[in-house]
Design a protein around this ligand. Sequence first.
Ligand SMILES: [Zn+2]
Length: 184
Amino acid sequence: MGTYRQTVVDLDASAEEAAACGGRGRTWLETHGYIRPVPWQDGVAYLAGPRWREAVDLASWDWRARTTGLDQEPCDELTVITGPTVFYALSGEPLTAVCPRCRNASCDWPGEVLDTWHTTGVADLGCPACAHRTSLPDWEWAGDVLAFAYLGYQFDDWPPLSPDFTAALGQALGHRIRVFAGKI
Ligand SMILES: [Zn+2]
C-alpha cells in the first residue's frame, strides 16, 4: 500500500535555526492538540493529538475517519526533519529549473548538485542563459516540484492536511511554507 507522506516544508529556516525552529513548530502543534508525544523505544514519537481532525480535510478521506468514537486514528507519526534536504513531489513532471534572475527555464542542469546539497548543505547552480550562479534554495522549479530546505514537518499517513492548518503553521513559524504530498 505504501505510505501517504505529506511534508510541510519551511522554505526560510536557515541551517543554523532549523533545529530551534523545528522545536518551536512541534511545540505549537502539540500545544494546539494536533499531535501528542508518546514514549517510543528510547525517545518520544509524535502521534495524532486530540484535535487532529481540525488539521485535516476529512471530506476526501476514508469514512472510518469520521467515526468520532474511533480509538485508532488513521494517522501515523509526525517527524521533524532538519538538515539539508531535497523535498520533492512525485509528479512525473520534468525537473525544470527557473533562474530567479532572468527567468530562463531549463531541464539541462547537473544532477550532482543534489548530492552536493545533501552532503554539505551548500550548493549553487549556474544559469545557462545569463551565467549567473544562484544558491540552490533560491532557484524556482516549474510546478513547485522541488524545494531545497533545512526544515520539514513530515506527516505519514495523515488524511490530506487542510490548507487552513498548513497556513496557520506557516504563520506560527513566521516563514513561507510549501506542502509536498505523495505515496512513497
Ligand atoms: Zn538566468
